[in-house]
Design a protein around this ligand. Sequence first.
Ligand SMILES: Cc1cc2nc3c(=O)[nH]c(=O)nc-3n(C[C@H](O)[C@H](O)[C@H](O)COP(=O)(O)OP(=O)(O)OC[C@H]3O[C@@H](n4cnc5c(N)ncnc54)[C@H](O)[C@@H]3O)c2cc1C
Length: 320
Amino acid sequence: MRDVVVIGGGLSGLAACYELEKRGIPYTLIEVKDRLGGSIHSRVDKGFVTDGCAFAFAPIEDAALLRSLGLQGASFDFAPGHTGFRAGSGALVDAMSSRLTGGKLLRMAVSSIGRWKGRYTLCLENGMVLDAGAVIVAAPARYAQRMLYNLAPEISSRLRDYQYDSIIRVSLGYHKDDLPNARPRPFSAIFPFVSATDADGRVPDGDHMLLQVGARSQAGIDPDQVLAAVVDHYGGGRDPVMWRVGHWAEADPLSCYDDCHCENMAAIQASLPAGLGLIGSDYCLEPPQRAGIARLDERLRQGQDAARNAIVYLRGKQRR
Ligand SMILES: Cc1cc2nc3c(=O)[nH]c(=O)nc-3n(C[C@H](O)[C@H](O)[C@H](O)COP(=O)(O)OP(=O)(O)OC[C@H]3O[C@@H](n4cnc5c(N)ncnc54)[C@H](O)[C@@H]3O)c2cc1C
């Protein structure tokens, strides 16, 4: 019998699994895609390490965690208060997932969660049914609301109102001679973040520079237009050696956050059924606009806390 099922193999779900792994608690991870990492997706293009989304974040202070993952010294500073991994944010995903020995079900989507004889039941879209002592939902609100529709209708209805910003992440690799502006700054409100680095490991050699630009907008933005605007502005129209465009039509629910967000999240957390955790970037108690958007450390903590809560719940049940 499964002790814990974790739904969603993004950073928060992986952090939960890693904590369960370290504490010797049997778990199964279910992920709808054929790869782990969720919105973190790093790769190497022509010697440049690029991230399709999360690339710069507040420094991860948990030295013991980084040590246990072999990632001490693996990061560098993009800008004051913003750090990144030389091998891309995927380094964190790879280090964690390679240490997980529990069950992993990839390309399987959970469609609903129920309760039967004191245990959780999970229906998968392929018709499979699993049971678990405790469940950690680490999937975005737009999916979680469907899973929770029967089990926790009030939570489901609060999550149904979520709206998302579109984010486009443009990475450009340039030879330094072709980059007129080596210290780029945001040039319009929809490009709130731009970074340039020639850090060892991120670029093919010291003659090249990697630019990463984040564009945030309403849904419907055209990624090709964003690419053209960015190349035009930062590269003076000159062709980059490498480019990558990551388009997330439904990314973080940022610009629609308002004061009700904290209230909503607190109400949701307070009414979660015992033994059920809900974690990930959509469920922060503090809106990211206030607490900072680049918070992979928070995702890690959410996962660790949810795993510990699940263990406390299971032990409590055993004693009864
Ligand atoms: C474009 C973009 C840029 C970003 N840039 C930054 C940045 O620069 N710095 C920073 O700190 N943060 C950034 N973030 C935020 C950061 O990526 C997230 O905080 C973090 O990676 C989210 O992890 P998560 O586990 O909460 O969610 P996700 O990564 O979304 O993972 C959720 C997982 O659940 C799975 N799933 C969904 N439904 C089901 C289902 N029914 N059954 C099973 N599995 C399911 C999904 O496939 C996915 O793998 C960015 C996010 C985006 C989208």
